[in-house]
Design a protein around this ligand. Structure first.
Ligand SMILES: Cc1cc2nc3c(=O)[nH]c(=O)nc-3n(C[C@H](O)[C@H](O)[C@H](O)COP(=O)(O)OP(=O)(O)OC[C@H]3O[C@@H](n4cnc5c(N)ncnc54)[C@H](O)[C@@H]3O)c2cc1C
Length: 805
């Protein structure tokens, strides 16, 4: 065994072997894999081996496509077979809502270049005669679906990695991990200590334990899962062609051919988190006891859908555990706060995702960043709020909803409320309908008296439509109040604060008392953040950005923070407050403070530390609503006091509360982009229009400067633009294809109904040469082509007079 390696990958399941292969492929041969037992000794050996491209995140879906296309390469390099069966797959739809769901998925696939199709019940029957199509309205056919041999595939990854220089040490459990002062690791194994510059946790069922070795809780949990293998069936073995996979969301089941019989797996509602107190180290190639009573109802449903099952004998039943994160996507990347320790776990579909996950992690380690945005599987999308019990509740919910329809406006209930602000009960009394992000409750909208306190999940305009419209009009006509707790906020202080910010931010730093907006870039010039920078005092700045990007941003800042002269604090939860917005906002603020807030004393993009009511406040004259507005931040313990001041004085101005849905509608009529929709690490400043906030001329050699200057010299081929859409009862959400002359030329990043302007709006990317005011396109919404007209001046207040006056 080597005593020093560049990377020690812990875990010889399909994921660890994929990481090992991709590290060698990208040019790091000095790597080893440490496996407790034999390869495939966790979840991998008893997987059903199915693979598919479907994922609600387009980048995840693309990585799944990469994984599936990789298997031929692996077979060619290793000389081993992956046992591939490319049989195609059909997702059944038996209600109008499920048809909407598959149509939305199909539309998204178009701009991703995936060749899926909506097929009729007759076509389903033709492809798979064992399906009873009674009640079926249609299906989504994916020719890339199929299945493979889990063990053969894992060994193919391993052998290909070994052929490129990697070493694999079997029957050699890692028992301890200790970090040296330089950030490298002493990895204690049964057969001795290996000094590794980097460690990868690909421990699958034991990933939690490997995290605990370094004092880290990883938000994942194993769940039990069962599938049945039938005896040979004439309906199967008399065919000369293999049957396609069938996903039946209503029955929570997937079904495929196995030899001359069938395999049916069930995501049952009555499900069990497994090994709540930890996975035993001696858990081996074992299966769990069958729990057929739990899948009785689902089986009965399956007998109706696939009548040949009713008389089929059962050859074997597999009940095995595998791991899930709360949203079902993997946990990949550098763990915030820990140097050279990489997470690569919670991969619940190892044979659909393992290749893409391994590639992305290897790119991150070797090149410093993945080649595409992987936030959907970045470990940093979760923060400290994820307790063990919350994780368990969310994982269980995710398992239950594995095959359910995901609606764009849906708010999942498990584990809520977890984090709330003091204002929560005030909003409750005002009939708030809540949503949640990054563990924190926020108001989506306020339900009028007599109306339901729940928003109906839908792909179309929901029951909240009128209420949201009223909130938007209240803001534009007088003044509205909305909580601004769900921004990530950071306090940067110290003698070196300005110089450091100048080196991480690509925009101008503000003068004292002023605010600037600034992109933050990665070395390759992609967007890492869109920040509001407020210069509060000498050597004191407040940064404001996306709430759910807190761990992403803190990890980034810490990577570049100097050892001395700069102090950085995440104050997202300690400094919260409200925004007031609308034409009466200044009069309201003036009524709440003795400070002069007139336009000359406090112009647009200024910041002041003043008393509002009896609270110590930081007041910023900005508003994401695009109206005259102020964000008022106070210490968390003064939030209620601030609320009462604003609410009491607000009575004279007809102050009305508004929620996040209204805020997102208001920003649309100003064509303001939002983080992880229009702005994310897939896009650049010039593509998104963020170049207007760049300081290309500044002296500081900020991160991404060379790439930004290169882009300035060679402008991008696509750009973000806005459209008015001739929508009927459904607006765009995201990822709809944009068509021109019968071809897909772009895609939507977000949109919705702009209530005050009474227009359906979409934001999205199209080729630069097509950007002409008034140019017409079509956007595919739920299978229908809707006319869309490009516009460049904001629908509301195009001169920004309201916002700046
Ligand atoms: C019943 C069932 C059916 C499934 N069907 C499918 C399917 O059809 N398609 C699909 O894509 N996925 C399926 N899965 C999920 C799939 O099995 C997992 O996604 C995949 O196996 C995860 O692989 P992994 O490498 O992350 O983890 P694991 O397979 O759990 O591997 C982790 C490895 O790490 C090793 N290890 C842990 N700790 C240490 C240590 N301290 N030192 C050394 N080694 C250590 C373990 O021994 C183990 O070999 C199914 C799972 C189950 C249970």
């Amino acid at each position: 065994m080597k005593t020093h390696v560049q990377v020690a990958v812990i875990g010889g399941g399909v994921v660890g072997c994929s990481v090992l292969y991709h590290l060698t492929k990208l040019g790091w041969p000095d790597v080893c894999l440490l496996e407790r037992s034999e390869l495939t000794s966790g979840s991998t050996w008893h997987a059903a081996g199915g693979f598919h491209t479907l994922n609600s995140d387009p980048n995840m879906a693309a990585l799944q496509g990469y994984t599936i296309n990789l298997y031929k390469e692996l077979e060619a390099i290793s000389g081993l077979t992956c046992g591939l069966h490319h049989v195609g797959g059909i997702t059944l739809a038996d209600s109008p809502e499920r048809m909407d769901f598959i149509k939305a998925a199909r539309a998204m696939h178009r701009h991703m270049g995936l060749d899926t199709q909506i097929i009729t019940p007759e076509e389903i029957k033709e492809l798979s005669p064992i399906v009873n199509t009674e009640g079926i309205l249609g299906g989504l056919y994916d020719p890339l679906d199929g299945h493979l041999d889990p063990s053969g595939t894992t060994h193919a990854y391993a052998k290909a990695a070994q052929m490129q220089g990697a070493e694999i040490y079997l029957r050699n459990p890692v028992t301890d991990l200790n970090q040296r002062p330089d950030g490298s690791w002493d990895v204690t194994t049964k057969n001795g200590i290996i000094h590794a510059e980097h460690v990868v946790n690909a421990g699958g069922l034991w990933a939690r334990e490997l995290g605990e070795m370094v004092g880290v809780f990883l938000p994942l949990h194993p769940m039990e899962h069962q599938y049945l293998i039938t005896d040979d069936l004439p309906q199967v073995f008399t065919r000369d062609q293999e049957l396609p996979h069938i996903m039946d969301p209503s029955g929570e089941s997937y079904l495929r051919q196995e030899g001359k019989g069938l395999v049916i797996g069930i995501y049952e509602q009555d499900c069990d988190p497994w090994a709540v107190d930890g996975t035993r180290w001696d858990f081996g190639h074992e299966l769990l006891d069958n729990k057929l009573d739990r899948i009785g109802d689902s089986l009965e449903f399956a007998f109706k859908r696939f009548p040949c099952l009713e008389t089929a004998g059962i050859k074997s039943i597999v009940n095995g555990p595998f791991t899930f994160a709360p949203d079902g996507n993997p946990l990949v990347g550098p763990i915030p706060g820990l140097q050279n320790y990489w997470s690569c776990c919670a991969v619940m579909a190892g044979f659909s995702q393992g290749g893409g996950v391994g590639l992305s992690l290897a790119e991150w380690m070797v090149h410093g960043e993945p080649s595409r945005d992987v936030f959907a599987m970045d470990i940093a999308r979760y923060g400290n709020y994820c307790t063990k019990a919350y994780t368990r509740n969310k994982v269980r919910e995710n398992y239950q909803k594995r095959f359910s329809i995901s609606y764009p406006n849906e708010e999942l209930p498990a584990g809520r409320p977890l984090n709330t602000t003091p204002a929560y009960t005030i909003w409750q009394q005002q009939r708030a309908v809540f949503g949640q992000g990054y563990g924190m409750e926020h108001v989506n909208y306020f339900a009028p008296e007599g109306e339901s306190l729940e928003e109906t999940p839908s792909f179309r305009r929901s029951n909240a439509f009128t209420a949201i419209g009223n909130e938007c009009r209240a803001v534009r006509n007088s003044v509205g109040i909305n909580e601004v707790h769900n921004f990530g906020k950071y306090l940067v202080t110290g003698e070196g604060a300005g110089a450091w910010l100048d080196s991480v931010m690509a925009g101008k730093l503000p003068q004292l008392g002023r605010i600037t907006l600034s992109p933050m870039l990665s070395p390759s010039g992609k967007l890492m953040g869109d920040f509001t920078i407020s210069h509060l005092a000498e050597n004191e700045y407040q940064l404001t950005a996306s709430f759910s990007a807190q761990d992403l941003h803190m990890r980034w800042f810490e990577q570049y923070l100097p050892a001395i002269n700069v102090d950085l604090k995440n104050i997202s939860m300690s400094r919260i407050g409200f925004q007031i917005a609308g034409p009466k906002a200044r009069e309201l603020l003036a009524a709440c403070t003795r400070f002069d807030v007139s336009h000359s004393a406090m112009p647009f993009l200024s910041v002041r530390k003043i008393e509002v009511g009896q609270c110590d406040a930081v007041v910023q004259r900005v508003s994401y609503t695009g109206d005259l507005g102020y964000e008022i931040y106070v210490p968390v313990e003064q939030q209620i006091s601030l609320y009462h001041t604003l609410a009491n004085e607000g009575m004279a101005f007809d102050l009305k509360p508004f929620g996040m849905r209204a805020m997102m509608s208001l920003r649309l009529e100003k064509s303001f982009g939002s983080w992880m929709r229009e702005y994310k690490p897939d896009y650049t400043p010039m593509e998104t229009g963020m170049d207007r906030f760049m300081d290309y001329k500044k002296e500081a050699d900020y991160i991404g400067k060379a790439a930004a200057l290169k882009e300035l010299a060679e402008p991008p081929k696509r750009q973000l633009v806005s459209f008015i859409v001739d929508a009927i009862d459904a607006d765009v959400v995201a990822d709809e294809p944009i068509w021109k002359d019968g071809n897909v030329v772009g895609f939507v990043t977000s949109g919705g109904y702009a209530h005050f302007s009474e227009q359906s709006v979409a934001l999205g990317f199209v080729p630069t040469q097509m950007i002409v005011e008034g140019a017409t396109f079509e956007i595919e919404i739920l299978g229908e082509m809707r006319p869309a007209k490009l516009f460049s001046k904001p629908l509301f207040d195009p001169q920004s007079k309201r916002m700046q006056s």
